[in-house]
Structure formats: structure tokens, C-alpha cells
Write a protein that binds this ligand. Structure first.
Ligand SMILES: [Mg+2]
Length: 253
């Protein structure tokens, strides 16, 4: 674990990389094989941050993680409602904050308006997901407001409508991980490729927009706080970290 023990860098030199998975970290196997040991050598812990639930992310890692590479230091899943660290396991303290969240009531309200929940594999205790077309989102929000439901809602794609507790979310969870690892908020570096990564860029002082990023992200990220890589996927992350001098030009073993 590069985040503890005698090798831990002094606070001013501690960084954390928080990366989206699909089409950001994953997609270029050779670049990922180069990136992971380079992060380790530079003692920069890696946190994955995905909208998907844990099980789904676990399968992707099993499928794509390079043989022999260290596992991610932390995994944030289900839109920042779940956190797991390699050293500490599931962050039960994070989820304990959401214990009073009225999930059943939200289910009832959305169903009564006639909208179907997504399949159970996309649901978790603190991430409620439904198919709600854009034209109906306002109606659902009004109903949730009327019931006094404190929440954060995320609408993406054609009809994905997710409801999570107000204190959860990809940005809040990444700062929780940073605090766990003794990394200052301004030393959190985020990487992503699509619109659902934008919230990370809005909260981090350094972002990496990978070369294959979609316009929906590219056009909305503040260029003052982000590096727009030429290389795609993990190659873009390597390019940015080298640009900032955080890893050497060549990651000799
Ligand atoms: Mg992605």
C-alpha cells in the first residue's frame, strides 16, 4: 500500500488520482500496463470512481486489470454511495451516514407516477435508478420535493434517472478517500471521458480530459483547471502526469 508506512510522501507531495473506468482507465491495455507501476513508483494512490455498482465494477477489473499489477487503492462505486479501500475494506462509516435515507418512499413516489425502476443489478441501498424520460424529470422532482425528500438526482442518457442521498456523490466520495489517504483536496487529480465525469472536474483543482473524451465533457470542463491530453485513455493519463512532472518521462522499472 503506497499510502502508508515509511515510504509515504510528506503531505505537500501527496497526490491522489481519481479515475473513471470505462474509456478512461480501461481501453488501452498497453498504456494501463505502463500507468499502474508508474503510479506506484511515484507513490500516487489510485481510486476508481464509477457510476456502476460494486459487482459490475469488480467484473470489469477482473477482466481488464493487468496480471501482476497492484489492485486499485480505492474503489468508489454506485455514484459515490459506496467506497472500498484496499487497506480497509468497505467504508461502512460512509454508508452509515445515509442510513436514514427514505429509499422505500422514493421508490413508491416514482412508481406511483408510472415510471419503472431499472433492473436490480443497477440498484443499491443508496442508489435508486429509474427510467424517466427527460420530458418527465421535472414532474418527478416536483413530487419528490412535495414529499420533502432530501436527495441528489442525476439525469443522464435518454432516460436514466438516479436518486442518491444528498451527502453522497462522486465528488464527495473522492474527497472522503483523499482524507483517508492524507491527501489535501487541492491535490486530487481526476480523469474522465464523458458527461457523467463532469462533477469530478467541477470539484477538483486538476483534471485530465483523455484524448478520446466526448464533446459533452470536453466543452464543459474549465480549461484553466484541466489538461486536455492528446493520447487516449490510460495513455492520456500518463501524458498529463508527465506534463505536470508527477511521474518521470520514462517509467523505468
Ligand atoms: Mg467513461
Amino acid at each position: 500500500m503506497p499510502t502508508s508506512g515509511p515510504d509515504r510522501p510528506p503531505p505537500a507531495n501527496r497526490w491522489l488520482l481519481v479515475s473513471d473506468i470505462d474509456d478512461t482507465l480501461i481501453g488501452d491495455d498497453a498504456a494501463l500496463r505502463e500507468l499502474l507501476p508508474a503510479l506506484r513508483a511515484a507513490r500516487i494512490p489510485l481510486a476508481l470512481n464509477s457510476s456502476r455498482p460494486t459487482e459490475s465494477v469488480r467484473r470489469t477489473i477482473e477482466e481488464h486489470w493487468p496480471a501482476g499489477a497492484a489492485p486499485p487503492d480505492a474503489t468508489i462505486t454506485a455514484l459515490g454511495t459506496e467506497i472500498e479501500t484496499a487497506s480497509g475494506g468497505v467504508d461502512t462509516g460512509w454508508q452509515a451516514r445515509f442510513a436514514a435515507w427514505p429509499r422505500a418512499e422514493i421508490d413508491r413516489i416514482v412508481r406511483e407516477l408510472g415510471f419503472a425502476p431499472h433492473a436490480s443489478e443497477f440498484q443499491t441501498a443508496f442508489k435508486a435508478s429509474y427510467a424517466v424520460p427527460a420530458s418527465a424529470v421535472a414532474r418527478v422532482e416536483v413530487a419528490l420535493d412535495a414529499a420533502g425528500i432530501a436527495r441528489r438526482t442525476i439525469h443522464s442518457g435518454d432516460s436514466d434517472f438516479d436518486v442518491i442521498p444528498p451527502d453522497a456523490g462522486k465528488a464527495a466520495a473522492m474527497f472522503r478517500v483523499a482524507a483517508c489517504f492524507g491527501v489535501a483536496q487541492e491535490h486530487v487529480i481526476v480523469a474522465g471521458d464523458s458527461g457523467n465525469d463532469l462533477v469530478m472536474f467541477e470539484h477538483a483543482s486538476r483534471g485530465i480530459v483523455v484524448g478520446n473524451a466526448r464533446r459533452e465533457l470536453r466543452e464543459r470542463v474549465d480549461p484553466e483547471r484541466a489538461y486536455f491530453a492528446r493520447a487516449a485513455q490510460a495513455g492520456g493519463i500518463l501524458e498529463a502526469l508527465r506534463h505536470w512532472g508527477l511521474i518521470p518521462e520514462r517509467s523505468d522499472p
